[in-house]
Design a protein around this ligand. Structure first.
Ligand SMILES: NC(=O)c1ccc[n+]([C@@H]2O[C@H](COP(=O)([O-])OP(=O)(O)OC[C@H]3O[C@@H](n4cnc5c(N)ncnc54)[C@H](OP(=O)(O)O)[C@@H]3O)[C@@H](O)[C@H]2O)c1
Length: 302
């Protein structure tokens, strides 16, 4: 299961697979899900102010009996509750019950408006105070990152959407990050056949790789993101799948296979969440037709 650790630009290390808590909800069910991930061998947990389950992360870690220092915990400033960055990290530490987080991210550039530089200085201060061992960003584009090029501390990571159907758009950003020593963290890498877009052009190369390796599509997609040099953040409610993801750390794709997946992804011609891009024109057309028919009916024309 060689999901190795990689060194961040500040000398800290991050495990290359993480368990994300975005979709697991709150309360006991969330604690159970996180506990399952910890038992299965995940030692990198990714949460956020906006996922509303930071307390559950803290509880699951305490109940696991694992040493805090053996775990890598990320949380994010999501601009909730009217809190500033310094207030939000204190709230996160209170909620989790941890003295520090391993990685603290600005969840999205829009949360800090035009003042990316000022917000980043606040991030640097909380790192200096020891509240976060490393600091980074999420969903930042090249323009946003350029604003931080003279910062004292570089962002350690940029956590971004990365799956085959957005590879063409995200490639320059991934290359920029890698050229500037910023580790790319991939989220929602299973979008495509597995979670949202069955029947697309990526299915064919995945089927071929699956035939050669015996791996499932989800394992291949994680191995694909790893091959792009990304740390992956993923999730499953099922233990068997969580184990399968860990096994995917051993899965080596050939250059030809990676190129075939890239090529399939580039054919879809969608940005971001492809399903929405496919469904939206139909929804828009239906809405216009509906409104026109209502107007014609009320005017007595139809
Ligand atoms: N920074 C950001 O803006 C941002 C945005 C989104 C996500 N994230 C982070 O990334 C984490 C992962 O995001 P994600 O949930 O979108 O990740 P994902 O890894 O793309 O998808 C995980 C989902 O895939 C499903 N799945 C896996 N294999 C499957 C299969 N063979 N058939 C059907 N479904 C399958 C799982 O369902 P089962 O439970 O049924 O296995 C799970 O719900 C989040 O929890 C969060 O920590 C960050």
């Amino acid at each position: 299961m060689p999901w190795e650790t990689v060194e961040l630009n500040d000398g800290n290390h991050i495990k290359t697979i993480g368990y994300g808590t975005w979709t697991i909800g709150k309360g006991d069910q969330a604690v159970d899900q996180i506990a399952q991930a910890l038992e299965t061998g995940y030692d990198h947990i990714d949460t956020a102010q906006s996922y509303l389950n930071q307390e559950e992360v803290g509880q699951a870690v305490r109940e696991s009996g694992l040493k805090r220092s053996d775990l890598f915990i990320t949380t994010k400033f999501s601009g909730r509750d009217g809190l500033s960055i310094p207030e939000a990290i204190k709230q996160s530490l209170d909620k989790t019950g941890f003295e520090y987080v391993d990685l603290y991210l600005i969840h999205h550039p829009r949360l800090v408006g035009d003042d990316v530089v000022g917000a980043w200085q606040q991030m640097e201060e909380l790192k200096a105070k020891g509240y976060a061992r490393s600091i980074g960003v999420s969903n930042f584009g090249i323009d946003d990152l350029e604003k931080l090029k003279d910062a004292k501390t570089k962002p350690a990571v940029n956590q971004i959407l990365l799956h085959p159907y957005v590879w063409k758009q995200q490639k320059p950003l991934v290359e920029y990050c890698q050229a500037n020593g910023i580790v790319v963290e991939a989220y929602s890498s299973l979008i495509s056949p597995v979670t949202r877009m069955p029947g697309g052009p990526v299915d064919k190369p995945l089927a071929k790789i699956s035939e050669r390796t015996g791996a499932t599509y989800d394992q291949i997609l994680l191995a694909w993101a790893k091959a792009k040099g990304a740390v992956v953040v993923t999730n499953s409610s099922k233990k068997a799948r969580l184990l399968g993801y860990l096994d995917a750390g051993d899965l080596l794709l050939t250059d030809e296979e990676i190129a075939a997946v890239d090529e399939g992804g580039s054919q879809q011609g969608v940005e971001g969440y492809g399903l929405f891009a496919r469904v939206l024109p139909g929804v828009a057309l239906f809405s216009v037709a509906f409104v026109v028919s209502r107007v014609l009916i009320s005017a007595g024309v139809w």
